[in-house]
Structures are given as C-alpha cells and as structure tokens.
Design a binder for this molecule. Sequence first.
Ligand SMILES: C[S@@+](CC[C@H](N)C(=O)[O-])C[C@H]1O[C@@H](n2cnc3c(N)ncnc32)[C@H](O)[C@@H]1O
Length: 247
Amino acid sequence: MYEDFAKVYDELMQEINYDEWADYIFRMTLNSSKPVKKILEFGCGTGNVTLRLAQKGFDMTAVDLSEDMLTVADEKAEAQGIENVRFFKGDMSNFQIGETFDAVIVCCDSFNYLKSLDEIESFLSCSAEALRPGGLLMFDMNTPEKYKETIGDNTFVYNFDNVYCVWENTLHPDEDKVDFDLSFFVRREDNLYERLEEQQSQYYYSVEDIFRLLKVPAFKNQKIYDFGTFLAGGALSDRVQYVAEKR
Ligand SMILES: C[S@@+](CC[C@H](N)C(=O)[O-])C[C@H]1O[C@@H](n2cnc3c(N)ncnc32)[C@H](O)[C@@H]1O
C-alpha cells in the first residue's frame, strides 16, 4: 500500500487545503492547558501536515507505514530546508517510542486504515504511554455516513496535468469497510502514460464506538468536533475530529 501511489499522491491531493488543516491542528493546540511544542504524528504520508506544523515552530516526529511516502516526505523537508522534523517507519496500531510528547496526531483518513476496534484500542493505549500528563490526542475519522452515502460503491475520476486517476469503490456493509481500486495513468517525459495500480481498504466505525474507547481513565476532556470547526460533531458529520487530554 502507498508504494507507487507515493509518486502521484501530492498531485492527486492538490485540492486539499493543507494550510487550513495545519491551522486547525494549531488552533486545537491553543486549547491545551500547557504549551504544545513536541508533536508525534502517525500516518504522516508525504508530510503535507507535518511540514506545515514544523514551519509553525513545532518539533515534529512523523511516522508512516510506507517507506515510499516517507522518502517523498524526507525529500520535501530537505528541499524546504526544514530541520525540526524526523521521519520514521512504524505502525500506529502498535508502537513504543521511548520518549514523551505534548501531542499525538493523526490526519486525513490515516486513522480509517485501522482494521479493527482492537487496533484502535491498542493505538489509544500506546498514545497514552507516549503523551505527557495534559498532552493532547487529536485524530480525525471519516464517518460511516460518508462511506455509505458519498464514497460508497461509487467511481471517481480525476484529471490532473500529469496524472489521470480512476478510483473505483466497493462497499462491504457487513464488514464496515470499503475496498478502493485505483488506477493511475502517469505522464512520462516522452508524453506516453504509465499505468500504476493500487488496492487498499478503509474501515469505518461509529462515533459511539470510538468515543467509548476514548472514555478510559487514561484520558479526560474527550471532545468530538464536526471537522474543521469547534462545534459538536456526530453521526451526520462527514468527518469528525476527536480530541482528548492525557490524564
Ligand atoms: C491518506 S494518506 C494521509 C497522509 C497524510 N496524513 C496527509 O494528510 O496527506 C494515509 C497514510 O496513512 C499511512 N498508514 C496507513 N496505515 C498506517 C498504520 N497502521 N501506521 C502508520 N501509517 C499508516 C499510509 O501509509 C498513508 O501514508
């Protein structure tokens, strides 16, 4: 997963407003009782949020499962002269970092790759270990509503300068997951197109289930926002932002 996709990821994501995304995370850190400086991010991908947060002055440790995505992220950090960032390969469903952080974050669909409530529970307990008391946990998730109503069994086509992408989905309501079948046609220097393929699955969980897992003694001040706002989110939101404070 995210091997060849890494070559075209940023071009395909060009309509996502990552400045706003990083700004939203930044604004959430302002609600912390103690200043946030050191952030641990999972599912950082090509570093779109990571590098923006580093530019805002946070010390970033960013982790992803895909070496190819991390290579792109590293190259971007170097090209932009950003030094307050470290990238590591790792799995958010089971990790131990050996130091503590002021915040743990996961952004932009990465959390929807966790395959079961057990994996989510494990992420939460590893995060609790990695956070200092009062540290913030912030992650977003697409809701079941969005998978069933928008992403569903639909096919999407994207036509950008150097990439033509066909994204076909198959909804599995019995398994609470959607399979993605992606074909990328990538323009080469000789103007011919190379075809790349990617299969992956995302999983959806009810807001109640996630909130129940967050309501453990390790955390307090649990909140669910309608993504991008500080208003209450819920089952009807497309994307929800979860926030909790380490006790
Ligand atoms: C949709 S991309 C999002 C990347 C980035 N957060 C962004 O906003 O552009 C999802 C990323 O999550 C990573 N990922 C998926 N499962 C993971 C896991 N269990 N642990 C760490 N990273 C994971 C993938 O490799 C991929 O880079």
